[in-house]
Design a protein around this ligand. Structure first.
Ligand SMILES: C[S@@+](CC[C@H](N)C(=O)[O-])C[C@H]1O[C@@H](n2cnc3c(N)ncnc32)[C@H](O)[C@@H]1O
Length: 462
């Protein structure tokens, strides 16, 4: 829809039912709390968009924003106006002092200077926070020779990310930057009267900006990071979402890594396995998951497990398949470990060897999982489904491959059910000739996977 230059039309107030539709979307998709007390604020922010588009009612805007064209062109704009992006250079400055005086020396002592330290600034807004970090760390690298670092900065709002990438700010907003850093790391605009400064290319080169929604299940980050700054972001989320996001950040932290939250965002009372080391600074223990206070259970072949509480489920797969299901809204998960595709076909042959039972077969275990989740009021279309395993463990000779690999049949059986039930498969890691060890985190739906190179690894920790 083209943006309008027409005169502003009078727009009727948003109805309660339209507000509740917007608020539901904003809470579930962005994590941001939107109680009825925020209706006036939401209307004021969306007014600008209605005027731009020449629309005369919030209902028409709602219809447009969730149409195929609107989802592509308007939804990012709506997210831009809904998010609160307040930030500053050197906001909450004692965090930067703590970083340099305590965190970095400890990390260097442990890891040496061989590695490049990685930081993630999650909810980085228009760039003032990651650039403050880059200035502090660059200055540190001049004192500690050999110290190397890289910063990933992410936000959900495309508008702030565009500004951040440019690195151009009002002179006034640069005032909190220590004078020595301003002299070293800022360039003045040639046109003095514009009152603008730009972060130097060298400092900009340490920071990469990317759009990322902290609510989405897969952050798409391949490696863990040493330090996370996620400040003044979760304060806008409800308690359940806060805990969910912090647990996900935890999984992206290296053992011994640190999480910095905003000064009013303490994790007291939250169920997260992080140790407070200073006010709003937390550390992940070195032995990582083993030290977490979440119970660990082992799922044996032909077993199925459904959980509404945080549990780490461990299982080992060869030709068997594990299917995990997770509903973010309710925080409920299920996992099954099936050995064979189809009860009818294999039951008589193999029940005598492995015992019978409905969870042994893909074609009965998955429908049972779905039914159990439906009992919690979960619609299967709101599940994130993941599939693992199905290796062909029998093949030793590539010239004489196994003509009936059970692993392949298991995979096909799962995919057939997924299609028939209209489920969304978000991740799959299947096939090949190696076994897999999995850790499934029931409170986040995440899976840690390790390939097993040989049978001797079967009992090694994941
Ligand atoms: C108040 S700003 C804080 C900026 C900076 N961290 C600081 O402390 O100065 C919060 C930022 O979080 C971002 N944000 C809100 N919800 C988000 C989500 N679901 N995923 C990623 N970023 C989000 C907003 O776009 C906004 O830029």
């Amino acid at each position: 829809m083209p943006e309008s230059t027409a005169r502003r039309t009078i727009i009727d107030p948003m109805t309660d039912s339209t507000f509740s539709q917007f608020s539901q979307f904003i809470q579930t998709e962005l994590g941001i709390k939107m109680p009825p007390t925020k209706k006036v604020m939401l209307q004021a922010r969306l007014h600008k968009r209605l005027w731009k588009l020449g629309l005369d009612s919030f209902d028409a805007y709602y219809e447009y924003v969730f149409s195929p064209d609107g989802r592509e062109h308007e939804l990012p704009q709506m997210i831009n106006v809904v998010t609160t992006n307040k930030t500053d250079f050197f906001r909450e400055p004692n965090h930067f002092d703590f970083l340099v005086e305590h965190v970095l020396p400890k990390m260097i002592k442990r890891h040496g200077l061989e590695k490049r330290f990685t930081l993630w600034c999650a909810g980085s807004s228009s760039g003032e926070e990651p650039y403050s970090l880059a200035m502090v760390l660059h200055n540190y690298s001049e004192q500690v020779h050999g110290f190397k670092f890289f910063i990933l900065a992410t936000d959900i709002s495309t508008k702030v990310l565009d500004k951040a990438k440019l690195g151009i700010y009002d002179e006034e907003s640069a005032e909190p930057i220590p004078v020595i850093f301003r002299q070293k790391y800022l360039l003045r605009s040639k046109e003095r009267d514009k009152g603008l400064v730009r972060v130097s290319p060298e400092i900009r080169s340490f920071v990469r900006f990317r759009r990322l929604n902290l609510i989405k299940s897969d952050f798409g980050l391949r490696e863990t990071v040493d330090i996370i700054f996620c400040r003044n972001v979760i304060i806008y989320f409800n308690r359940e979402t806060q805990e969910h996001v912090i647990n996900k950040l935890y999984h992206h932290l290296s053992p011994g890594g640190y999480l910095f939250t905003g000064h009013s965002e303490t994790l007291n009372g939250h169920s997260v396995p992080l140790k407070a080391v200073a006010h709003t600074v937390y550390q992940k223990e070195f032995n990582g998951d083993k030290s977490s206070h979440f119970p660990v259970i082992t799922l044996k072949p032909a077993e199925l497990f459904v959980s509404e509480r945080p549990v780490i489920v461990r299982t080992v797969l060869g030709s068997c398949v594990a299917v995990t299901m997770y509903n973010r809204q309710h925080g409920i998960s299920a996992i099954c470990h099936a050995l064979l595709p189809d009860g009818d076909k294999y039951a008589s042959e193999l029940d005598s060897q492995t015992g019978s039972g409905p969870y042994k077969y893909v074609n009965t275990a998955i429908p049972i999982m779905l039914q159990r989740l439906r009992n919690y009021g979960i619609d299967p279309k709101d599940l994130e489904v993941k599939l693992f395993g199905g290796a062909d463990m029998m093949v030793t000779d590539s010239e004489n491959p196994n003509p009936h690999p059970v692993g392949q049949s298991n995979i096909h059986a799962v995919l057939k059910i997924i299609k028939a039930q209209h489920l969304t498969l978000t991740v799959s890691d299947v096939g090949g000739h190696l076994g897999r060890k999995l850790l499934f985190y029931t409170h986040t739906g995440e899976v840690l996977l390790k390939r097993i190179q040989s049978s001797t690894e079967l009992d090694s920790p994941l």
